[in-house]
Design a protein around this ligand. Structure first.
Ligand SMILES: [Mg+2]
Length: 223
């Protein structure tokens, strides 16, 4: 019997890539307005290549971007970009459709709800608060709790211990097979792929696939 549902955060509850893309576009527009000589298209590609290489949480992307484009850091241009990025980002952190209502309905049915994210603790809580869903979870487990990402067993074992539950009593929902679901599947946790947030085609088996978070309500009914 399922007693708890664990959620990845970025691209599972938050439309993170959309936020990132629009924020980067605003940053690049601002840097070009302030004298950076590059086409917007090329700049976007460089920035996303850097994020792919160093990770979405990397905090020095703008410095690397400047060095790559003009071989030095021009603070006037760079900070124009950072400010534009932050302004857009703050306003754009919102959940996918039906996230809030689905969480409420699951909670009402008595399921424990958990965030299990590779993001640092402060970033995770800022994102939850920005979306107004910071009060809906029994536990928010982040990278800071185990210093391991979900490609490792540790975060899952830590979560099971906190919940005092067995793997077969828990569901994990995530947008990446490799980064969210491969390990829990191996541990005997029921895995649900959030197809709407998936960035790339991946190989590997999961127990369920959903195109909208509300489909979880049907899945828990069956289990
Ligand atoms: Mg994710």
């Amino acid at each position: 019997m399922i007693k708890a549902i664990m959620f990845d955060l970025d691209n599972t509850l938050i439309d993170f890539v959309r936020m990132k893309k629009l924020s980067c576009e605003a940053a690049i527009d601002a840097m070009i307005d302030n004298g950076l000589k590059i086409s917007k298209k090329k700049a976007l590609k460089i920035m996303f290549d850097l994020y792919n290489k160093y990770g979405w949480e990397y905090q020095r992307i703008f410095q690397l971007f400047m060095k790559k484009v003009i071989k030095k850091i021009d603070y006037r241009i760079m900070c124009s970009g950072i400010v534009a990025y932050r302004k857009i980002k703050e306003g754009l952190l919102y959940p996918y459709p039906n996230v809030s209502s689905t969480l409420d309905r699951l909670k009402k049915k008595g399921y424990k709800l958990v965030i299990l994210t590779d993001a640092p603790r402060i970033q995770a809580w800022i994102r939850l608060a920005a979306m107004g869903i910071q009060n809906k979870f029994d536990y928010v487990i982040t990278f800071d709790d185990t210093r391991k990402k979900k490609i490792d067993e540790k975060p899952f074992l830590f979560a099971l211990k906190k919940l005092k539950l067995k793997p077969e009593e828990v569901i994990m929902v995530g947008d990446s097979i490799k980064r969210d679901l491969k390990i829990p599947k191996k541990l005997g946790i029921t895995t649900v792929l959030a197809k709407y947030g998936q960035l790339e085609k991946e190989k590997g088996k999961v127990d369920y696939e959903i195109n909208d978070i509300s489909e979880l309500l049907k899945i828990v009914k069956k289990l």
